[in-house]
Every structure is written in structure tokens, then in C-alpha cells.
Design a protein around this ligand. Sequence first.
Ligand code: NAI
Length: 261
Amino acid sequence: MPKWTNQTALVTGGARGIGAATCRMLAAHGAAVAVNYARRADAAQALVAEITAAGGRAIAVQADVADEPAVQAMAARTEAELGPITILVNNAGIGWAATIDTWEPKGFARLRAVNVDGTIHAIRAVVAGMRERRYGRIVNTSSIASFGTCGFAGNHFYASTKAEVNILTKRFALELGEHGITVNAVAPGLIRSDMTQGSRTPAEWETMRENFARNAMAGRVGEPEEIARAITFLAAPDSGFITAQVLAVDGGRKDYIGHGA
Ligand code: NAI
């Protein structure tokens, strides 16, 4: 496959999991990559070293996506060091386990600040340049929880933030389409990552993995690289006629009711 030319990508939450797999894949296609991290500079630097050793271009850029001035500064630094940002991947996200009874405003505010406001902040930081150059690829990270039809106990509020990401994806696509900018989202099913496997005991993960695998057409959970592939597809220069889409990458889980009797 020919390599892309003149592409610079900013990947939020790029130091691990789906974000790191995306950084590796975009770099392999020839994009210069800014690996955003909030706190783990060591993980981001290690990924930069790996990409550089493989012949790619990358830098690590710190910012909490909930902090708009920090995100603006991060985008400016990326453009100064790597060139105009042509690809934005809004991957940074957090979970929050709460029910109607355990909901409290501080936790919900932080969830929304990262998953929703963070997405808006990063788009606002890159959109003026993309408009001016009449080119851009924005890929947001949703979740199949956003569709509301499946999920598991305790992730209602997380699901609601991802539903907002879906709506904003479509509305921003409308606003930006005439400027040569596409806006899409990828909605992963259960993916093995620090967010899912890393936050559970091995026994808890095994139970969860089995439950989710049993209820997916593919009969398994997914790997970060499988989400990175979909993000990279939507970020590609020749994907310009695909916009306002929320692509589920879930092994058929959201459409699975079960095998008939
Ligand atoms: P992860 O927890 O391994 O990675 C998330 C990354 O975002 C981390 O590097 C983290 O440091 C970063 N991050 C968190 N808050 C941040 C902030 N305020 N500013 C900057 N960076 C921040 O999770 P994973 O699984 O790789 O998830 C990536 C995205 O995919 C998230 O948006 C998540 O909601 C979404 N997703 C994941 C699924 C899964 O099963 N793993 C399923 C559906 C959606």
C-alpha cells in the first residue's frame, strides 16, 4: 500500500490501549503522530521511541483534554513541530460505574468533561486550520453502549456521554462538510485494554470476557488493533466521501439476540 503524504495526526489518550494501537497504525501509514497523554509521560515517550525506531515521526504531547487552554497549546505545539494537523483522533475517554442511586454530580461532571467536553475542545483546537486548508479527518471514539440497547449494569452515564459523542459527530459533520472535513465515530464493542482488563482481577476479566464473547456473533472480544484499523480507514485521505457515520466495530454484538432455539 502506498504511504500517505503530508499527514499529521493528533491522537488523544494515545499512550496506551486503542489510542496506542492507532498511533502505531497511523505512523505505519506515513503520518507524523502526536501522542497525547494526561499523566503517563513515560508510556507516551516509550511509544514515541518505538515509532521513531520503526522509521516514523512522533512526539509526545501532554494535556488533560478536559482543560481547553491546555488542548489549544497542545495543538499549537503539534503544528509547530510536526506540521498542520490533518487527522484528529478523539480517543481519550474514561469510564464511570454508577447507578441512579449512586450517581453524584462530581463524578458525572468529570465523566462529561473528559468524554464530551474533551472531544469538543480538541475539535475546536484543530478546526480553524482544517477549514483554512479545506481538508481534515476527525474520528471520535464512541462505544456500542451509546446505542442504549445493550450494555451492562452501571455504565448508563458512560453510555449517555458516548451517545452525545454520536450526535455531535453527525452535527459537526454537517457543519464542517462543506469545508472538506469529515467527522465520523467508531463505536467499539468490548476490547481488551487497560480500561477493561486492567481494571479487573484476572477472574473478573475472564467472566466478563466469556459473557461478552458468548453474546457476539464473532464469538470473542476484540483487540485494540481492530479498532485502530477502523479509525485508520476513516482517517485515510481517500475516505473523503464517508462522513457523519458511527461505525460499530463489535464482532456483531450489538445486533446479536441469540441463536434461535
Ligand atoms: P484506556 O483506559 O486503556 O485508554 C484511554 C486513554 O485515555 C488512556 O491513555 C488515558 O490516560 C487517556 N485519558 C483519560 N483521560 C484523559 C484526559 N482527561 N486527557 C487525556 N487523556 C486521557 O482505554 P481504551 O480501552 O483504550 O479506550 C479508548 C477509548 O475507547 C475510550 O474513549 C473508551 O471510552 C472507548 N471504548 C473502549 C472500549 C473497550 O472495551 N476498551 C469499548 C468502547 C469504547
